[in-house]
Ligand binder design. Structure first.
Ligand SMILES: C[S@@+](CC[C@H](N)C(=O)[O-])C[C@H]1O[C@@H](n2cnc3c(N)ncnc32)[C@H](O)[C@@H]1O
Ligand SMILES: O=C(O)C(=O)C[C@]1(C(=O)O)C=C[C@@H](O)C=C1
Length: 243
């Protein structure tokens, strides 16, 4: 699928509105996310490799906050013709509309139930893998524990939860260093100072990242017996938790 270049924040805005996953964002999303998240491609690729190892026959795989379905596609490819069903959920109509085309572009016997809904409202059942790839950070902080508890309840023993997130750090000098390195990554990918600062303002009330410690405590409180980081680049990370 082709994607336009992300120039959403390139012109000075009189007032920067809160960031939304609307039609404008959906139309440039592959370009935006790959230029904004260090390791995004590596994480997508590894989701497929993980699925190959953990997905059990006769179960489901959930991709929560699927956007255009990039994680779903990577996992679906890796699973080839395994006896599994996939469920991909996003509450942005603009994303879901486009996700259908992205998913249809790859022929696979694995069915994908693509649902436009809030991940807080859906049922999770018989899951051997659940993915939250840069989604949890957009959920109201008070709703995060309940979502993780619901996911845990809907998973089969040995099931794998993968949570990828932007991170904050409790030690200020570490936070500053890793945040600066991320900003350099964005500059190196062609974003101007104006684009960087306007997007930062737009995300301020919408994206609220946690520390690794908060994530680990949440996994434990939800019931996961084991969890750890498997990837980190600057202030972006991906974690695994096993039921
Ligand atoms: C950064 S994007 C996720 C990227 C995607 N997982 C990928 O790997 O390409 C976050 C997505 O989460 C969705 N989202 C945020 N809150 C949600 C909610 N409460 N229910 C469903 N989807 C949600 C947004 O619409 C957006 O598409
Ligand atoms: O932190 C930033 O500067 C970002 O752009 C991060 C981030 C994310 O983590 O989801 C925010 C919105 C877009 O979905 C792509 C990347």
């Amino acid at each position: 699928m082709t994607s336009e270049q992300d120039r959403i924040f390139s012109k000075p805005l009189a007032k920067v509105a809160d960031f939304r996953f609307d039609d404008k964002v959906a139309s440039v999303f592959p370009d935006m996310i790959s230029r904004s998240i260090p390791g995004y491609g590596q994480i997508l690729h590894t989701l497929g490799e993980m699925a190959d190892k953990v997905v059990q026959p006769g179960t489901r795989v959930y991709d929560l906050g699927c956007s255009l379905g990039a994680a779903t596609s990577s996992i679906r490819r890796a699973l080839a013709d395994r006896d599994v069903t996939m469920v991909a959920v996003d509450n942005s109509e603009a994303m879901v509309k486009r996700a259908r085309d992205h998913l249809d572009a790859f022929v696979s016997p694995i069915p994908v139930d693509l649902v436009c809904a809030d991940i807080r409202d859906i049922e999770i059942e018989n899951a051997s893998m659940v993915v939250l790839n840069f989604t949890l950070q957009f959920l109201a902080p008070d709703d995060r524990d309940a979502l993780l508890a619901k996911i845990y309840q809907g998973m089969v023993p040995g099931g794998l939860l993968v949570v990828s997130e932007k991170l904050v750090f409790s030690q200020p000098a570490i936070h500053q260093l890793l945040d600066d390195l991320h900003l350099d990554f964005k500059r190196a990918n062609g974003y101007s100072e104006l684009e960087i600062s306007q997007k930062r303002n737009a995300l301020e009330n919408v994206m609220r990242p946690d520390t690794v410690e908060q994530h680990k405590a949440r996994f434990q409180a939800a019931g996961f017996s084991q969890s750890d980081l498997w990837f980190q680049c600057y202030n972006f990370a991906s974690m695994v938790a096993i039921k």
